[in-house]
Design a protein around this ligand. Structure first.
Ligand code: DC
Length: 226
């Protein structure tokens, strides 16, 4: 089993990188943020207030979430195309502070990682979901650079983009995700720190590949010693 856990703030390019790493090692990619986004989508659709814990709990009692073959399913519906908006990003950050919501996503995530090798990315994978993962990485980048990357992506896709708004959203989400009471974003003590501010995507992938290979070499050396 090879479990590669990657945590870090939003907009660091974790998804792109994790997907590439998964394909290079021939293992599955699990995007836990997509699961929080799906729950947020359902709450927005139904008008459920994320501060009303009873209402959220009731909603969760009739919700199934699954992640398979790079697709997230909300009650059986592939919602991948609906969850990448600013509204859903913020709603996901809001609703993910609730322990009942985290328990739901954790159960799905842990189950998948118990039956197959994965690259799993999110905010609390190294600290809470897979604390004994073979490889743990904390990936971050300067918030201004993350905002610029997002801005460039939108412009390239011909979509409306306002740098100041994007930068403000990134800062607010960073704050919320790292200051909530329950399972906040933080670097696990034994995670490798990777600042990707000045790396290209290819350099970033290579850096992670190196970290994975080094950790595998270490495991082999330990096994030989024993
Ligand atoms: O990684 P992302 O931007 O798709 O995540 C969306 C939100 O979901 C993020 O702002 C906080 C929440 N999240 C979380 O709390 N824990 C995770 N493991 C992944 C995401």
């Amino acid at each position: 089993m090879l479990r590669i856990a990657i945590d870090g703030p939003g907009g660091t390019g974790k998804s792109t990188i994790a997907k590439a790493i998964a394909s290079r090692f021939g293992i599955e990619y699990i995007d836990t943020g997509a699961m929080y986004r799906s729950i947020a989508l359902k709450s927005v659709r139904e008008g459920v207030n994320p501060d009303d814990v009873d209402a959220v709990e009731e909603m969760l009692s009739r919700t199934t979430i699954d992640f398979a073959d790079n697709h997230v399913y909300l009650d059986g519906e592939d919602v991948g195309g609906l969850i990448r908006t600013n509204e859903i990003s913020m709603a996901a950050s809001n609703i993910s502070k609730l322990p009942v919501v985290r328990a739901k996503v954790d159960a799905v995530s842990k189950h998948i990682a118990s039956i197959k090798s994965v690259v799993m990315e999110g905010r609390d994978i190294c600290t809470e979901v897979l604390p004994d993962a073979e490889v743990k990485i904390f990936m971050t980048a300067d918030p201004k650079i993350r905002a610029q990357r997002r801005y460039d992506q939108l412009v390239e896709a011909g979509k409306p983009a306002d740098f100041d708004e994007i930068y403000a959203d990134i800062q607010q989400r960073d704050y919320q995700d790292s200051h909530r009471d329950y399972h906040p974003l933080r670097q696990a003590e034994d995670a490798v720190f990777l600042d990707t501010s000045h790396m290209t995507i290819e350099e970033n992938i290579e850096a992670i590949e190196r970290i994975v290979k080094e950790s595998q070499d270490n495991v082999e050396i330990q096994n030989t010693d024993n």
